[in-house]
Write a protein that binds this ligand. Structure first.
Ligand SMILES: [Zn+2]
Length: 261
């Protein structure tokens, strides 16, 4: 009964690991696509802000040009009035007004120059931002195409595996399935069911004591790793490659006996 449960869990883990590895091929692509989309939105917002600043600067130029025109008109009027002054006081007052308007024109000219400079300064930034938007847009398209082709490529496999997963999940009792899903969600490698390999948990690599290993082999109950909580489904034999190595050493010592036979 427990053996059967463990077998079902192992089967589900195998399917899930296959799904995981397909998703791993996509790697950081989905995230990179999202980052690029955000970056482009940022540039577009910046360009819009530049556009608004540009409009404001142009408005200031128009306004200041109008100011200059008004002041020039006033100066002309004062010049005419200057011809008809009756005393020095009137003359001084008009001269002062003219000076004020001249100053007004100078200030306006300065503001216009500054506004033109701001427009000029932003031009480079606008161009750089436009170029970046274009470049990132190309990057985004390439990455999106790559992601789409990967998705199309693995679609059939994934659909098949998802179906298998559904079928495999149905055979497992709900309580166990819940525990399995929780373990998988918490495990970075997506492993909830592992074997003991070389005396250690196949999930967290902590040592599993010999008695516990014996219990696992008995399959009388479901045993979990005391360190990570993963379900320990079985105990894998030591890799075959290492066995002859271990045997070779005592055989050498026994060699004289063999010749004595
Ligand atoms: Zn463990």
């Amino acid at each position: 009964m427990v053996a059967e449960k463990l077998e079902q869990l192992t089967k589900l883990q195998t399917i899930d690991s296959k799904i995981d590895s397909i998703k791993k091929v996509r790697g950081a692509l989905p995230e990179e696509v999202g980052d690029l989309e955000d970056e482009i939105v940022g540039y577009e917002t910046r360009l819009q802000k530049f556009e608004e600043e540009n409009t404001a600067n142009e408005q200031e130029i128009t306004d200041k040009k109008a100011t200059i025109k008004t002041s020039e008109g006033l100066i002309k009027k004062y010049e005419e009035q200057k011809m008809n002054v009756r005393n020095n006081r009137e003359y001084d007052a008009i001269t002062k007004e003219m000076e004020l308007q001249t100053l007004e024109i100078q200030v306006a000219e300065k503001r216009i120059k500054e506004a033109y400079q701001r427009i000029e300064d932003k031009k480079l930034e606008v161009d750089t931002t436009k170029t970046k938007t274009k470049e990132r847009g190309a990057d985004l398209k390439a990455k999106k195409d790559e992601l789409n082709s990967l998705l199309t490529e693995s679609e059939a496999d994934e659909t098949k595996l998802e179906k298998e997963r559904k079928r495999a999940s149905k055979t497992i009792e709900e309580r166990l399935l819940l525990a399995y899903n929780k373990l998988r969600a918490n495990a970075r490698n997506g492993l909830a069911v592992v074997n003991v390999k070389r005396g250690a948990c196949g999930g967290c690599f902590n040592v599993v004591p010999p008695q516990r290993q014996a219990d696992i082999k008995e399959q009388k109950k479901i045993i979990v790793c005391e360190h990570c909580g993963r379900i320990l489904a079985g105990v894998e034999l030591e890799p075959i490659v290492e066995k002859p190595k271990a045997k070779r050493t005592p055989r050498k010592k026994a060699a004289p006996k063999a010749t004595a036979k």
